[in-house]
Design a protein around this ligand. Sequence first.
Ligand code: SAH
Length: 347
Amino acid sequence: MDNILEKANLTHNLTKKELVEILSNSDFDKDLFFVANNIRKKFLGDEVHLRGLIEFSNICKCSCKYCGLRKENSALERYRLTEEEIIDFAKKASQYGYKTVVLQSGEDASFSIEKMCRIIKEIKNFDLAITLSIGEKTYEEYKAYKEAGADRYLIRIETTDKELYKQMHPNMSFENRIQCLRDLKELGYEVGSGCLVGLPNQTTESLANDILFFKEIDADMIGIGPFIPNPNTPLSKENGGKFKLALKVMALTRILMPTINIPATTAMETLNPNGRIIALQSGANVVMPNVTEGDYRRKYEIYPGKICINDKPSQCRNCIEAKIKSIGRTISKDYGFHKKICNKKDR
Ligand code: SAH
C-alpha cells in the first residue's frame, strides 16, 4: 500500500484498482491524508480561499431523492430572495473581504435569463468573482450568464454510477448532466463538480470511478461531501455517508489533481465538529462560509444539522478566519482562480 501512495505522490495517477484498494483499507489512512496535505502545500501553498455563499432560493422543480429542497417536500418553508436582497448580500460579502461569491439555489424557474444576468452584472460592480450553482440549464443560458460576467459554475455529477444516478434522480438524465459540464467547459467557465459519498448502494468501485471522472473532465474545482439523510425525503431511513470515507475520496482527488480548488465542505463539518479544519489538513484549500442573512439559512435545509444556521455573516467570517489561522494557514487576498501549472511533469 505504501508503494501505491509513493507512486501516487510522484505521478498523480492511480488506476481504478489502486483507488479501490486505498478506499477499502483503513490501515494507511494517516499516510493518505499526509500525502494529500503535502501535495496541497507543494502546489498551492498555505493560502485558503474563502467564498461567500448566498443561498438565494430553496424552490426547486427537481425530485432528487436525497435532497431536502426536492419539490415533493411539503414540510419545507419555501423562500426566494429578491434581486435587491441578493445584490445587497453580495455587496456585504465584498465588504467582509470576500473576493468570490457563490450564488446557489434550487432549480427555480422564476429566475429568468434576464433576471440572472441583471443580478450578475450588478454584483460584478463590487469587484467579486462569481460562481453560479443553480443546476442544469441550456447552452444559451450558460452563455448568457458567462457574457454577463459569471466566472465559475458548480454542478456536481453526484455519482458517475449511471444506474444509481437514475435511482436518485427521477425525471433527470445522466447524459444531460454530463452535457452541462461539457457546455460549461466549452464556454470558458472554471468548472466545478463533485460527488456525494455514502449514497445507498454506492460501491467503492463507483467512488473510484468518480475520482477518475473528475480527472477525465479536467475539473477546476471538486466538492465532496458525505450524504446526510434528510427526514423529509424518501431516503430518511438510510444510513448516511461516513466522514472518514468522504475525507478519503477528497484526499485521493487532491493527489490526482494537485492544482485544483477543493473546498472543505459544510457537510463534512456537520458530521464532525472540526470537519472543515481536518479537511483543510487533508488536501482542501477552500472554505465557503455562508453570507446569507436572517432566517433564510435555516430554510435552505438540504440536510439536517447544517452548521451556523443561527449565525450572522460577520460571525462566520471571524470564526473561520480564527480557525484557519490557528493551523498556521493564511487567508488569500486574491480571487482564487485555478492556478494551473503548465509544467506537464508537475500535473
Ligand atoms: N440546484 C443546484 C444546487 C444543489 S444543492 C444543483 O443542481 O447543482 C448543492 C449540493 O448539495 C448538491 O449538489 C448535493 O451534492 C448536496 N446535497 C443535497 N442533498 C444532500 C444531502 N442529503 N446530504 C448531503 N449533501 C446533499
